[in-house]
Design a protein around this ligand. Structure first.
Ligand SMILES: Nc1ncnc2c1ncn2[C@@H]1O[C@H](COP(=O)(O)OP(=O)(O)O)[C@@H](O)[C@H]1O
Ligand SMILES: [Mg+2]
Length: 285
C-alpha cells in the first residue's frame, strides 16, 4: 500500500482538495483507494458523502481524534487498499503528527502564495525534517503551490530554500472555480468533463506521477478510460478520455526521486530573505 500524507500546519492551504483529487484519480482508474481523514472537520468524509453512489468507490476512515483523547472511530482501511491518502488537520503536532508520519511513504505539502503561508510552510518543512525522521525513513516529500493567481515571483524564496534541501515544488495549481465545483459535487477534476477541467488536470498530473511511482511504467503505452461522474447541472456521457499519451518516459529512478541537492545553490544564499537563510543554514549544517 502506498500511503500519501497531505499535510501543512496552515488551514486552507488545499490539503482536502489535494486528498480528494488524488483519491478520485486512483479510484477512477480501478485502484482500491481509501482516504483517512484525521481532521475533526471531516471535510474529506463530507466530500465522500456527497459523491455519486455510482462513482468509483473510495473507502473513508474517520481517523480524527475524539474529544476525549487520541482515540478515533477508525484508523483501519480494507486490506486490499493500494493507495491510501491521509488528510491531515491544520496544526497537527505531538503524538497525532507522529501517528500520521509513521504511516506515510510520501508527504505532500500544499502552500498558498502569500508571504505568511510561505513563511509558515518553510518553518513546517524545517520541523518535519528536523523531528520527523523523514530522511532516515526514506519518506519522499514534495511541495505543491496551490491557488496560484498568476506566474508570481512570490514562490522564488521558497523554491530556493527547498532547492538547498534537495526538495522541489512539484507543481502549481491555479486558483480555479473548477476545484471549488469539484469539492461541492463530490468529484475530482479527472472525473469532470475534459473541456471543463483541462488546465486543472494538466497542472495536477505531475503530482499524480510523483505519488504513483509506477505511473510511467504502467502508462507508457496505454490510455486509461475513466468513467465520468455526474456533476450538478451537467449531463453525463459514458466515458471520457483523460490521459493523453505522454512522450517517452525518462528513466524511472529519475522520476521517482526528488532532485539531488545542488552542489552549488542556483542563487547565492545571501539572496534569500534573512529568515529563510537562517532556516536553510540550520538544516544543511
Ligand atoms: N486550487 C484551488 N482553486 C480554488 N479553490 C481552491 C483551490 N484549492 C483549494 N480551494 C478552496 O479553498 C478552500 C480551502 O481548501 P481545502 O482543500 O479545504 O484546504 P485545507 O484542507 O488545507 O483546509 C476550499 O473552499 C477549497 O475548495
Ligand atoms: Mg481540510
Amino acid at each position: 500500500m502506498n500511503t500519501t500524507l497531505v499535510i501543512n500546519s496552515k488551514g486552507g492551504s488545499g490539503k482536502t482538495t489535494i486528498t480528494t483529487t488524488l483519491a478520485s484519480y486512483f479510484a477512477a482508474g480501478g485502484v482500491p483507494t481509501a482516504i483517512m481523514d484525521y481532521d475533526l472537520q471531516g471535510s474529506s468524509l463530507n466530500w465522500l458523502r456527497i459523491r455519486d453512489p455510482l462513482a468509483p468507490k473510495i473507502f473513508g476512515a474517520n481517523a480524527a481524534p475524539q474529544k476525549m483523547g487520541l482515540r478515533s472511530l477508525g484508523r483501519h482501511v480494507p486490506e486490499d487498499t493500494r493507495q491510501l491518502i491521509i488528510d491531515a488537520p491544520a496544526g497537527a503536532s505531538g503524538l497525532l503528527l507522529q501517528d500520521m508520519l509513521s504511516r506515510a511513504k510520501c508527504i505532500v505539502i500544499p502552500v498558498q502564495p502569500s508571504a505568511i503561508d510561505i513563511h509558515a510552510t518553510a518553518n513546517f518543512v524545517r520541523d518535519l525534517l528536523l523531528r520527523g525522521n523523514i530522511r532516515q525513513r526514506n519518506i519522499r516529500l514534495a511541495v505543491v503551490a496551490n491557488r496560484v493567481r498568476k506566474a508570481s515571483p512570490v514562490y522564488q524564496p521558497l523554491e530556493r530554500f527547498l532547492a538547498s534541501l534537495g526538495l522541489t515544488i512539484i507543481t502549481k495549481l491555479n486558483d480555479s472555480e473548477v476545484f471549488i465545483k469539484a469539492a461541492e459535487t463530490g468529484v475530482g477534476v479527472f472525473e469532470m468533463d475534459a473541456s471543463v477541467a483541462f488546465a486543472e488536470r494538466e497542472q495536477f498530473q505531475p503530482l499524480i506521477e510523483w505519488v504513483d511511482v509506477d505511473y510511467r511504467a504502467r502508462t507508457a503505452n496505454t490510455v486509461i478510460e475513466l468513467p465520468r461522474v455526474a456533476m450538478a447541472g451537467r449531463t453525463q456521457s459514458d466515458l471520457v478520455r483523460t490521459l493523453p499519451p505522454r512522450p517517452a518516459p525518462p528513466p524511472r529512478a529519475a522520476a521517482a526521486r526528488p532532485a539531488p541537492p545542488p552542489q552549488a545553490p542556483a542563487q547565492p544564499k545571501s539572496q534569500l530573505p534573512a529568515w529563510l537563510s537562517r532556516l536553510s543554514q540550520r538544516l544543511v549544517e
